[in-house]
Design a protein around this ligand. Sequence first.
Ligand code: ATP
Length: 333
Amino acid sequence: MITIENVSKSFPTKGVGASTALDGVSLQIQDREFFTLLGPSGCGKTTLLRIIAGFELPTAGTVRIEGADSSFLPPQKRPVNTVFQSYALFPHMTVAENVGFGLQMQKVPRAERDLRVAEVLRLVRLETMAARLPRQLSGGQQQRVALARALAPRPKVLLLDEPLSALDLKLRKEMQSELKRLQRETGITFVLVTHDQEEALAMSDHIAVMSAGRVLQIGEPREIYDNPKSRFVADFIGESNVLPGAMIGRGNDILIAVRPERIAVSAPASGSAGRIRGTVTAVTYLGLDTLYEIVIENGERLRSRTRQSVDGLVAGQAVVLDWSSDAERHLTN
Ligand code: ATP
């Protein structure tokens, strides 16, 4: 559906030349998939989304939509619609008028417009609120109106820029499954921008992890979580313990990452030899899990997260740590 080839973008900045927002980004987004651009603030994800939408032009590289070079096509000529972080609803229009606005611009006849508005309002479960004004709705309901408005013209691709960031945690979780359902039911390709790794893991078919204007890794959520290729991805997606190591016999330095949930902690008295000895510095009860912070013999700090707390283990106590070899991932940097 969308192919990004070697796209770079720099913005002229007063006095200091130019700042590079994107640096040679390439990726492919398949038809009907839920694709997420994930990365910390300033990594360039919004810029890439705006380039796909046509609000921003690439400095170099090509954007193909359905195979055609669309790099310099104006936004309204692309089969793409955007849901912005601020819902930007028209305050003086009813829900139905807001949702029908794009169709009116496209000169869709009245009768068909009414049908389509009713259909998308049903889709976002707001059919009883068609006559209300935006200010008479909750934040979550306003977000649904913004979604319905973007879906009404039946775009092939829906771009979503941090669409849930204004919602509280509970509503955000609800809207995550709602968005996923909408994507499945409509068959529209969704491209989401977020800095929230949990949101990305929960909703996406594929995730592109970005840092400093580059794509570091693309994969299915499980693949990104289970096999991070770099220290950045291992740290940004979930949590990782990263230890320096060396390949025996080859001598080159490597980094080894182990997820906290793969590290077992036991008291030395348990008889386990373990891999490493350490001392517990903190025990935190997290409800389902217990988190142990441990300083190991070389002074590095590790975290272990376990379902069952180890009986009587408190800060200051000596422990042995163990993990199976298949829990180790070798990182490139
Ligand atoms: P956030 O999550 O904070 O929105 P982001 O990953 O979406 O971050 P972008 O908004 O794409 O990041 O910005 C990437 C870089 O490009 C940043 O360093 C930003 O300051 C710069 N940038 C973005 N837009 C402009 C602009 N119009 N003029 C100058 N610099 C810009």
